[in-house]
Design a protein around this ligand. Sequence first.
Ligand code: ZN
Length: 282
Amino acid sequence: MLSAPVRRIVAAVTLPAILALSSCTAGPGHAAHARQVAAGPPSPSAPPPTPSTSPSPTAKPAPGTLEWYVSQVPTFPEAPPPQPVQLPATGPAPIWHRLPTEQKVAFITIDDGGLARPPAVADFIWQAHIPVTMFLNSPAAEEHDVYFRQIEVAGGVVENHTIRHTSLAGRSYDHQKQEICGAADKLEALFGKRPTLFRPPFGEHDTTTLQAAHDCGAKAVFHWTETVHEGKVRYQTPEKVVHPGDVLLMHFRPALMDDLLAALKAIHRAGLTPALLEDYVR
Ligand SMILES: [Zn+2]
């Protein structure tokens, strides 16, 4: 049994190891990649995986540690093979509050990036196999690119949330296109993949937004169905349950570890499994 300090060290070397691995196995399908890799040791030279998903009953991890968060993640039913949704052949990008699917999945999205970046998030996402989509503002992505790249290597996908995070509704096409395409260009340069999903700041949009998003490469624009803040899920419907296809919104804020855990528990209570939006919008 490893002592707590040693366990922390093991967790700390996990991401450099997977970063090294990803550089030689980069390819499509982040979630599948992460899950495949997670089935075995990160690399031949890396230490064995920390047995944090099945803690010994005699040595429970202390609340608030990475090991504790991982130990609290419920066991989900296996995710169904994704059936990608139908996209319009032409015209503006569709906007969805929830993904139009009956499959028993829900989606975790994390927005912004400039305010706070809890350091354990990448390891949590990696060790608990949490599929996440990050809607980032491009200046925050540029300033903290190493942080977001670590989450990307752990299985997360970077998507577009404009440059300046101002409301787009009512603004000219040229203004909206500059905000959306400008961020897409920067994120593509930083992460090597052009965003295919867009979320307007505050969810505020008009028909011009959907046209500009399409013209900048977005296949779909996403609102959300639940928000998560300081470890609490806020529902927009009275029955307080996550439905198939729901999109949960949280932010890069100080309580992101609690928000991720609360989202996972709510998805599990609903009998659903977390899945990756990009596996359904192709
Ligand atoms: Zn935002």
